[in-house]
Design a protein around this ligand. Structure first.
Ligand SMILES: *Cc1c(COP(=O)(O)O)cnc(C)c1O
Length: 396
């Protein structure tokens, strides 16, 4: 099986020699029947755990009824999901697509069109943050503030500029007569779980209001309850003009979404943007079931806050025990990063051998994004495993 994967699949990922064939809640099972506890959740996708019953049933029911019909017609689950997202956020309208990159592409196009119609002069430039991650398409890889993702694909799309994350003055200095928007992750996830300094988003919002520019928030990873609010912007007492979602939105089904306030959304008319599969009945039925399950009694969001604190406390204890190996623990809700002094790849490998799926980003930041249903016992199990791994690695 793995030989065929290496032969027939294009070589775009460094993969572990494991084939997962089944998942249930926090657990994954490989082709040898071995059980793992999942602290990656398909990169912050399976926020409800694997194969959540509500999502499975919604997909089964929808698959028997209608899988695809095209956006030349009104689509029941799409309307339902759009209404739910708007009623639970700042937004007035939704555009659906199939991935995070595609949602950000839509946001970039909408911001440019809005600027042409509503701003004076020729404004098309979007300011993004260093260390950001917005996707792999040409526009979104250009928006991504990390040279390593861009360098092989020049010439890039014109109209992007990068500033240090968390620095409002840097944004103020970067704004020119060509700027139309600032695009940011509220917390940089792939970029090493970097939380902005207190007051950053509030000051930035005020600056953009004063200049009449748009704020685009990329909540592809921070959205859908991950940080202990349905959307991370809710922590900061601000609202964006445009927000993008994907990853956890479909409970495992591929779906992306761009949400916008009415005054901005108005700029899109028929013909401006489209996607054949976008808002497809199957993906949207999964989205509705996922959002319903996340919002049910608010318990999951509350649990995320509690478990996030519990988990971080445990990691802080590890940091105290291994100060030479662990630099910092940070994050919000169940988006948690632990920065190491050295590379983290070996720790990920050893954890996998011990039955725990974790991730390392930026070379030396262990990223923990478990399903939001994670329990104290499961966190304790991972912490014990990490303890053993760090103990073994200690010098001397
Ligand atoms: C994963 C991610 C993307 C890209 O999403 P894809 O579905 O892989 O295209 C964009 N922005 C952020 C913040 C992400 O975490």
């Amino acid at each position: 099986m793995i030989e065929d994967s290496k032969k027939y699949i294009m070589n775009t990922y460094g993969r572990f020699p494991v084939v997962f064939v089944k998942g249930k809640g926090m657990k994954l099972y490989d082709s040898d029947g071995r059980e793992y506890t999942d602290f990656l959740a398909g990169i912050s996708v399976n926020n409800l755990g694997h194969c959540h019953q509500k999502v499975v049933v919604a997909l089964q029911k929808q698959a028997q009824k209608l899988m695809h019909v095209s956006n030349f017609f009104h689509i029941e689950p799409q309307i339902k999901l759009a209404k739910m997202l708007c009623q639970n956020s700042f937004a007035d309208r939704a555009f659906f697509c199939n991935s995070g990159a595609e949602a950000n592409e839509a946001a970039i196009k909408l911001a440019r069109k809005y600027a042409k119609e509503n701003m004076t002069g020729e404004r098309y430039e979007i300011i993004t943050a260093e260390g950001s991650f917005h996707g792999r398409t040409m526009a979104t890889v250009t928006a991504t503030g990390q040279e390593k993702y861009r360098k092989s694909f020049t010439p890039l799309l014109p109209g992007f500029k990068y500033v240090p994350f968390g620095d409002v003055d840097a944004v103020a200095k970067a704004i020119t007569s060509e700027t139309c928007a600032v695009m940011l992750e509220p917390i940089q996830a792939e970029g090493g779980v970097r939380v902005p300094p207190e007051g950053y988003l509030k000051e930035l919002r005020a600056l953009l209001n004063e200049k009449g520019l748009l704020l685009i928030l990329d909540e592809v990873q921070t959205g859908m309850g991950r940080t202990g609010k349905l959307f991370a912007y809710e922590h900061y007492g601000i609202e964006p003009d445009i927000m993008t979602l994907a990853k956890a939105l479909g409970g495992g089904a591929p779906i992306g979404c761009m949400l916008a306030a009415e005054k901005v959304a108005e700029s899109f008319s028929p013909g401006d943007h489209a996607s054949t599969f976008g808002g497809n009945p199957l993906a949207c039925a999964a989205g509705v079931a996922t959002l319903e399950a996340i919002l049910e009694d608010g318990w999951l969001i509350g649990a995320t806050v509690r478990m996030g604190e519990y988990f971080k406390k445990g990691l802080m204890n590890l940091k105290r025990k291994y100060p030479a190996a662990i630099k910092e623990v940070r994050g919000k809700g169940l988006l948690i990063g632990m920065e190491l002094e050295d590379e983290g790849a070996d720790i990920v490998k050893e954890a996998l051998k011990a039955g725990y799926v974790i991730n390392c980003t930026m070379g030396n930041v262990l990223r923990f994004v478990p399903p939001l249903i994670v329990t104290e016992d499961e966190v304790d199990g991972l912490l014990e495993t990490l303890d053993k791994i760090f103990e073994k690695r200690q010098p001397g």
